[in-house]
Each structure stands twice: as C-alpha cells, then as structure tokens.
Design a protein around this ligand. Structure first.
Ligand SMILES: [Zn+2]
Length: 542
C-alpha cells in the first residue's frame, strides 16, 4: 500500500512537471523573461473576445491573432457569444520598439507593446505557447504565464539569392511567413550577380532583357530564367512590412557583374570587352566594372534611383566582395592610368574612387550603403581593410576565420557591423557528411545545426567591444539551390539556431534546451509544408 501511494505521488509529480513545462516547450527564439504559474487555472479562450485593441487601425494584427487562435484551438474569437473574459492589446510607451509583454491570467490575456511589430511578435509567441501546450490548446485553454520580451539585436536578417536561381514572388512570400514566425526582421535580396539580373530597371530594359536569361551553355548548371517587375517588388515590400520584415536590395558591384556586362560589355575594362555575352552568363565569374567607365557610373545612377524608389528601406547593399582586381583593373590601361594619377601603389586602392562615386549616388538618393567587409588578405593573417571604407558604410563580416579581425577593425574605425560569419551562418554549406549541396561544393566546411547554434554574435566580448554590432544575418547563397524547397532544406532548422542567436540573450540560450524546443517546431513546419532537413544526428542515441 505504501509502495503504491509512493508511486502515485511520484506519478503526480511527474505529471505536474511535464504540464508545467508544456506551455514554454515550443518557445523559439527564447524570450528574455518567462514566468510560468504552476497550479493555477487556465484562461478560457472559448469564452473570450478581443475587448480592447489600441492597434485596431492595423487590421492585419487582429486578423493574425484570430487566425493563430483558430488554427491552434478551433476557437473563433470573433464569433464568441458568451464572452466573459477578454483579450486586450494595449499601447505601452515604455516598451522597446520590438518588445512586448504577454500576460495570461485566469480572466485576461494582455498584450502590451509600443509598436505593431511588438504586437506581431507577442502573437507569434502566443502561437508557440499554444503549439507547446497542445493538451490545453485542444480544450481551448491557455496556461497562465507572463512573458517580458525584447530582442538582443535590432538587425536579424536572412539573405536570399534569386540571382543564382530565380525564386518566384509567391515562394519568397512563403519564406517570409516562416522567417517572420521566428522573429527575423530583414530580408536581403541578392538581385544581381554573374548568373543573373533579377530586377526590372525601366530606364535600361536590356538589363533583364539580356541578364535575366541564362542559356543552356551558361554556368551554374544550366538555364534559369526570370526577374521581378517593379510592381511585384512593391507588393513584396508591403507583404513583408505587415510581418515586420524590411527588404534590403543588393546590387553586387564592381565584381559579380557578368550579367550586366552581357547587356553592356562596354562598361567593363576595355581589354575584356566581348568576354561575356548572352549565351554564357554565369560561366565567367571574375569580370568587373571598369573603375574608369563613365557609362558605368551613369547607368548605376539610373539603377540606384529606381531601386531607391521601390524599396523604402534606408539601406542598399552594393556588394563589394570578391572583386578580381588582378584580372581586371590591374591589366586595364585606363585603370592603371588612374592609379598612377592618384599616386596609388596597389590597384585595389581604385576601390576608393569607384565606391567614392557609387556611394555619392546612394547618398543623393537618401540611402546608406552596406558592403561585404573585405580585408587585405582573404585568409588570416589580415591586418587592415582592403581599402578605407567611408564612415557611413555598414559592413558585413563573412569570410571564415576573419570575423574577430572585422569586429576589431570596425570597432576602431567606428563602422556598424552585421555578423554573417561563414563558419556559423553560411547555410549553403552542407549540414552533415555526404549531405547537399551536390555541386558547387568547393570544400565547404560542414556547418552542423550545433555549429550554427554555437554562434554568439558578440563573440563573447565585453559589452563595450561589441556595441557596434547591429545583429546577425544568415546567408543562402544559391549556386546549388534551385528552388524554394531546397532553400527551406538548407535553411531549416539551422535558420532557427541563427534566429535565436539574433533575438535571445545568452543567459536564456542553451543547446540542450534548444534541441527540446526545436522538436514541436519541426512538427509544426512539417504541417506547414516546409521541406526542412531532419536533424537526425542530434536526436539519435539520446
Ligand atoms: Zn578598367
């Protein structure tokens, strides 16, 4: 008898422990502060209605809240007749711009935020509370909890690469839905590269007329056609904005420019005219714009003006990476003459003149430029920038092993920095031995889910040494990523690890906890039709 009683007691304790954890078991990224209230009675959604909504002018939020509750519980908030409990969405000036409080008590659910973004994120967290607490959700109940949350970093980005393989607009929208679920707020679109020009420029229709079509003889595994019209991009910008995602366009210059050079060969260095044409876009990856081509500056004057009007973001990314200076400027009579005139001893210094003029165009259009950070060596040891970056440029660190140097240099030079260190955030790298990509694998390091998770965007530095870091960016370079299903396979679940690195403070993060919280989220992604990779290696033998 005594033994039976003991078993019963331990069974009850076990049940309480599991129940107590349920409503926080799917929170991802982990909020800054969570207080559960074990042993209290849950809130009853079947008798609830939204009674106060300070954000009622934003129809999207109310719709999103109703949809989230309905999809998890089957309760239709708008049709609740016998409501005796309330859901309140309140404006609170003292919340951070993306922060929120979400409190569930017996009689009320209260969301407080100072912006629509904060309310949106509270709804996404509510969705995960219900996902984790499936037993209560099935009965239309919410366990009591209080969550005070705000992001660690203001910039939480993903870069998609439709230049290498075009992604139709509806596929990008589907991706935005998923990234927003995990509180990413920036989507960088890599719109131009050697392998394609993907944005309509009305003043220069040849850009897409030639550059958006890759012939059978082209590079990166054959034909790939398509581009975004300006109207489609405006629609995409609006769609993203409802979900608190800002779209930043990237036009990669002066390298990665074979697609524009196929349309306008005369803006490359003279000795290389005719190297690339409509039939071989994508094959030649070391072409550059000529630093002395007046026509190149004139065309980009038009391009940047049109691009600035499409995207309301204050930022434009202009690339600046992997410029094959030795194969272009160093052999060009005009470029060498300019180098001599300026008293330079290295043709890379022509970047000062090239970006000096391009950044002036950006500034005249009221924008700020972002560039990939390039150092004077592509592997350690590196000592300085490739060229002195103007003060108003935001840099992105990316090359494997050079991030500590980039953090130090940008801190000393007063530049803002976005963290996309290859060893954690390059999600085109394989996730496991013998996994994809099946081509364009140049010896990529395996970047496992755990490797991605181990990123601390502050690199463990004291607060004052990381205060110039704006946030993180996961990159989905798409040489071998042909469609949205492959994007999702490479992005999920590693993208969720990077999402938590961008949002959650280190004190709230933990690999063991992440693995557990990931499981219900994977189930959910499967139900949504997201073709993630199953991270079998972290669950086997546990
Ligand atoms: Zn030149």
């Amino acid at each position: 008898m005594k033994k039976t009683l003991l078993s019963l007691v331990s069974l009850l304790l076990f049940a309480v422990a599991v129940t107590a954890q349920d409503n926080i078991s799917a929170l991802l990224p982990m909020p800054a502060k969570v207080e559960t209230r074990e042993g209290t009675k849950p809130f009853d959604l079947t008798r609830a209605a939204v009674t106060v909504n300070d954000f009622s002018d934003n129809g999207y939020l109310a719709k999103e809240l109703e949809q989230v509750v309905y999809s998890r519980t089957g309760v239709s908030l708008g049709n609740n007749k016998k409501c005796n409990s309330s859901i309140e969405i309140l404006f609170s000036a003292d919340k951070d711009s993306e922060g929120y409080t979400l409190e569930v008590t017996r009689k009320k659910v209260v969301i407080e935020a100072s912006t629509a973004a904060g309310v949106f994120y509270a709804i996404k967290t509510l969705d995960q509370l219900m996902l984790g607490d499936s037993r209560n959700s099935a009965e239309g109940k919410l366990a009591q909890v209080r969550i005070d949350d705000a992001p660690r970093f203001a910039y939480r980005g993903v870069m998609l690469d439709p230049a290498r393989h075009f992604l139709p607009v509806d596929d990008v929208k589907f991706f935005i839905d998923q990234m927003a679920r995990y509180k990413y707020n920036v989507l960088q679109l890599h719109l131009t590269d050697d392998q394609g020009w993907r944005i309509e420029i009305k003043s220069h229709p040849k850009l897409t007329g030639v550059g958006a079509f890759r012939a059978a003889g082209g590079g990166d595994n054959g034909p790939d056609n398509g581009y975004y019209t300006q109207e489609q991009l405006r629609g995409l910008v609006a769609y993203a904005a409802e979900r608190n995602v800002e779209i930043i366009p990237e036009l990669d210059i002066p390298g990665h420019s074979a697609a524009i050079l196929a349309a306008y060969p005369q803006i490359g260095c003279a000795f290389r005219h005719g190297t690339v044409n409509a039939g071989n876009i994508g094959q030649v990856t070391n072409m550059m714009l000529c630093a002395c081509s007046e026509e190149a500056y004139a065309i980009y004057e038009d391009i940047i003006k049109e691009v600035s009007e499409i995207f309301p973001s204050k930022r434009i990314h202009l690339g600046g990476d992997e410029a094959a200076v030795k194969d272009n400027w160093a052999k060009c009579d005009s470029c060498l003459a300019l180098m001599k005139k300026q008293g330079y001893d290295n043709p890379s210094q022509l970047m000062i003149d090239f970006f000096g003029r391009m950044l002036d165009i950006v500034r005249r259009n009221g924008k700020e430029a972002v560039l990939w950070c390039e150092l004077d060596n592509i592997w350690p040891p590196a000592h300085d920038y490739l060229f002195p970056y103007p003060k108003d440029v935001t840099l992105v660190t990316w090359r494997n092993a050079l991030t500590p140097k980039c953090i130090e240099l940008t801190r000393n030079s007063g530049h803002k920095l976005i963290m996309a260190p290859g060893e954690h955030t390059y999600l085109d790298y394989p996730q496991w031995k013998n996994d994809l990509p099946e081509y364009n694998n140049w010896g990529m390091p395996i970047t496992s889910l755990e490797t991605s998770y181990r990123l601390d965007p502050g690199y463990g530095l004291p607060a004052e040494e990381q205060s110039h870091i704006m946030g993180v960016m996961a990159t989905m370079w798409a040489e071998a990523i042909k469609d949205i299903n492959r994007v999702n396979y490479m992005f999920f679940p590693r993208g969720l690890a990077i999402a938590e690195a961008g949002w959650s403070i280190m004190e709230q993060r933990g690999w063991e906890s992440f693995k557990e919280r990931l499981l219900p989220n994977l189930t959910n992604l499967m139900e949504l039709g997201v073709s993630f990779r199953v991270p079998f290696e972290i669950y086997r033998n546990r």
